[in-house]
Design a protein around this ligand. Sequence first.
Ligand code: 9UX
Length: 71
Amino acid sequence: MKTEKYNVTGMTCAACQANVDRCVRKLDGVSDVDVSLLGNRMTVTYDENRTAPDAIIGAVESIGYGASLPG
Ligand code: 9UX
């Protein structure tokens, strides 16, 4: 298991936050998601044998938001 913080762009309302949460939460291997609308961030806990940052970022981008690992 691994926990990572991502920067998230494009969220402007609480429904955006829920959209991102639902999208990432349903990915295979993801066990926990916490999305901060005001912070423009999310924390994702996942099994690195079952998913990876490119899949997490791609899922967020597929629904019209942006995600990146900081740094
Ligand atoms: Mo809120 Mo977000 O009305 O894509 S759902 S702006």
